[in-house]
Write a new protein. Structure first.
Length: 228
């Protein structure tokens, strides 16, 4: 079966989704589109705009990782932003440091800045960037307990894929997690978007993960007080 291409119109965004040949469709494309749209709008993306998503395998991600990041082996998600972080009005824009690299991958952001000077003719959409996700890696990480925001969660592969898509979209929109404060803010927004488009509707799991996140935040606060 050849690559499958779908164009979703979720005003004011257009989401272009490509599923590579042989890659399983874990999550309906429409729900992935809503996740991308929710993340982009939460990040204050200029509109109307487009975002590209490629669902592929480890082999393609390994090639992209080597070519663009200079790293060997596959990764789970890579993002290719087309605009500078200053173009976004989201809740992390004001205090965000300059982006160190246009391509980001998942791992261990925070007031708005004026958007860039984009003035397009009516009907023309801004290209925000592309996200590439290895569905193969999402399945493996979920099954092996290397999924979730802490990279230690065993959960449904559909949820792992959804989280990776949201994470990659936030990177397209200028978010980063190089510093602890950035990482905490990015994860908080990531989780808000995730809950709004939850795939499995497993509320018990979501409640458990939410409690774990709260406990981790409280533990960090205690450590900071102890070292003050």
């Amino acid at each position: 079966m050849p690559d499958r291409a779908t164009r979703l119109y979720l005003a004011p965004l257009r989401i272009d989704v490509t599923v590579r040949e042989g890659v399983p469709r874990l999550v309906p494309v429409a729900r992935l589109g809503r996740a991308i749209g929710g993340a982009a709008l939460a990040a204050g993306a200029p509109t109307p705009a487009t975002v590209g998503l490629v669902l592929t395998d480890d082999a393609e991600l390994a090639g992209l990782n080597r070519r663009h990041m200079g790293k060997r082996g596959p990764t789970d998600v890579l993002s290719f932003p087309f605009l500078p972080p200053e173009s976004f009005r989201g809740p992390s824009a004001a205090d965000r440091p300059p982006a160190r690299d246009a391509r980001r991958s998942i791992g261990p952001r925070a007031q708005p800045r004026e958007a860039g000077p984009f003035r397009l003719p009516p009907g023309v959409r801004i290209s925000l960037g592309d996200v590439a996700v290895s569905v193969e890696r999402a399945i493996a990480q979920a099954a092996e307990g290397r999924g979730g925001q802490d990279s230690q969660t065993v959960w449904d592969a559909r949820d792992e894929l959804l989280l990776l898509v949201i994470h990659g979209t936030l990177h397209v929109c200028g978010w980063d997690h190089a510093e602890p404060a950035e990482a905490e803010a990015m994860r908080a927004l990531e989780w808000t978007v995730f809950e709004s488009v939850d795939v499995t509707e497993n509320k018990a799991l979501l409640d458990s993960l939410r409690r774990s996140r709260q406990e981790a935040r409280e533990s960090r606060k205690v450590r900071l007080r102890d070292h003050a």
